[in-house]
Design a protein around this ligand. Structure first.
Ligand code: ZN
Length: 66
């Protein structure tokens, strides 16, 4: 067989049960990296919410001047 890639977490040879990791523990470490990294990706939804929240406070002031 072709050379298997080592465990991306610790570099040990991967096991069939936890490929491509050497153990479930290393698979967990990689999963946590993905989860913590994904928090920074979906930003478009949050930006839209922030824009809307800036509008209401200006309404009372604009009404007073007219
Ligand atoms: Zn490992």
């Amino acid at each position: 067989m072709a050379a298997q890639k080592p465990c991306p977490i610790c570099g040990k040879p991967p096991t069939a049960a936890s490929r491509p990791f050497c153990s479930e523990r290393c698979r967990d470490v990689d999963l946590n990296r993905w989860l913590s990294g994904s928090y920074a990706i979906p930003a478009s939804d949050t930006e839209a919410d922030d824009d809307e929240e800036l509008l209401p406070p200006s309404a009372p002031g604009a009404r007073r001047s007219s």
